[in-house]
Design a protein around this ligand. Sequence first.
Ligand code: HEC
Length: 248
Amino acid sequence: MAIHRYYTLTLSEKLLYTSFLLLVGLGYLMATAYLYVTHEMNDNKPGLSVADVANSYYGNRSGTRLEAAIRGPMAGFIEEEDRGTMVAWLKSGAPEKTFEGDIKPILSKTCLNCHVASSGQNLPDFSSYAGLHKYAEVDTGMSMASLLKLSHIHLFGISILLFILGFIFIQSEVNVHFKRFLVVSPMIAVFVDVLAWFLTKWDAHYAVVVIVAGAVLGFSMAAQILISLYQIWLLKAPAHPDLHPPLK
Ligand code: HEC
């Protein structure tokens, strides 16, 4: 198929390309903002960091959320001795058979003043084993099923998006090596990004790769969008078209 140049496009085509590019750019910004607000507090500190990314895929395997709570924000509601009992119970795998006898009495002292459905505070309900259980498991991050779901949605969705974006962008006039780089790098980045999610679930150090791949994807997309928008509207046709070498 012959590739057009931007200055041979009709106004309708220019408007179609432009509105698509603007929406994709906006979508990218929204995706980044979404990532920020959903991940920034993973490590309980504001601001997005490598630890946030590691926590969401690898989890925080040093302990359970219940242990973190009774050592941290909930520490004031529990006596030293009871905390020891509860931590030992957690370390032994939080078995259901000792819940009623050992743990429930501790919870009843203060915790259940707030942590029951009837308190109306919308807090996790710890009056039953089932309610407490979620907070008593070691956090191993995103489940394999969620990872697979997220992966195929990303791979299908982003590759189509990048294909259309690239198809518009290859009509621009830039250094041909730079053009080829910008067309291929985001595709590779998406692949590496998805691969790195799985690697991060296995070893938290790979969180850095997730971030670098995301940055490459962002850079390439932004460059394609901005260069295209600029040239669609501002690149002038040469005075004599025959003098222009064919587009690579
Ligand atoms: C005065 C009310 C109150 C009492 C008593 C209380 N909590 Fe909480 N708890 C809260 C509130 C409010 C939150 C949610 C805000 C937060 O996460 O800091 C919470 C959150 C939690 C969480 C969830 C933390 C997370 O990772 O999301 C756990 C676990 C927890 N409490 C355990 C306990 C235990 C165990 C006790 C008893 C030793 C206890 N709480 C006593 C009010 C209370």
